[in-house]
Design a protein around this ligand. Structure first.
Ligand SMILES: CSCCC(=O)C(=O)COP(=O)(O)O
Ligand SMILES: [Zn+2]
Length: 211
């Protein structure tokens, strides 16, 4: 497959990468992004490993197959966490999968890590996940940060069954996916809003208890 055949997907992912970089969500070369190019068998573009994702270059992404193996001759290495994206594309119809490390997502993952999940309710932004009922809740699972990526992928894949979703990896980051790039970015932004709000509220409550 030539570069021209996935130009549209490349440009779409490059735009998402640029916008997430503007939010400063790629600290210390962290984070990786993927967008589907084909279905059955799945292939997708994924960020090259170890790069500063705030920079935009012609070598930002490479095409990989559903096992995360490069499909073209390249010196680039696929993201170390490619298998997670691969599982999203194999298990569901999702079109885009995004992974970022932020201070709020790490703090929430540590605060609720022992419970294995965090629940949000009475929050307008859970509607981003199609939670429209007044008493609806959004549960985001939190998994252990296994250093062994196949093991991490196994634990992660239990939750990667629907075409959209989010999983926190404890003291590591979050992976969010959706039907397309627009939806995946929307869901990621909604999660980060909920995390920031939650931490701010907890901090203010703690301060107000001391005065
Ligand atoms: C310095 S970040 C550690 C690796 C990681 O968690 C990450 O998200 C970036 O890894 P990649 O191989 O995709 O660059
Ligand atoms: Zn990571």
């Amino acid at each position: 497959m030539g570069k021209n055949e996935y130009k549209a997907e490349w440009e779409e992912l490059a735009q998402v990468k640029k916008e997430l970089a503007e939010r400063d969500w790629f600290m210390g070369t962290s984070g990786n992004l993927a967008i589907r190019v084909s279905s059955s068998p799945a292939s997708f573009l994924v960020t090259a490993s170890g790069k500063d994702k705030r920079k935009q270059t012609d070598e930002d992404f490479l095409l990989v197959d559903e096992n995360g193996e490069a499909m073209e001759e390249t010196n680039l290495r696929p993201s170390a966490e490619t298998l997670l994206h691969s599982r999203v594309f194999r298990n569901s119809q999702a079109g885009c999968s995004l992974h970022v490390h932020t201070v709020p997502n790490n703090v929430v993952s540590e605060l609720y890590g022992d419970r294995g999940e965090i629940t949000f309710r009475n929050q307008e932004l859970i509607k981003a996940f199609d939670k429209w009922e007044e008493d609806a809740s959004l549960i985001i699972p939190i998994i252990h940060n296994h250093a062994h990526i196949p093991r991490l992928t196994e634990e992660f894949s239990v939750y990667a069954t629907e075409e959209k979703g989010a999983v926190l990896i404890r003291n590591h980051g979050i992976t969010v996916w959706g039907r397309n790039a627009f939806e995946a970015k929307k869901l990621l932004e909604a999660c980060e809003f909920l995390f920031q709000y939650h931490i701010s509220l907890l901090s203010l409550k703690n301060i107000s208890q001391t005065i």
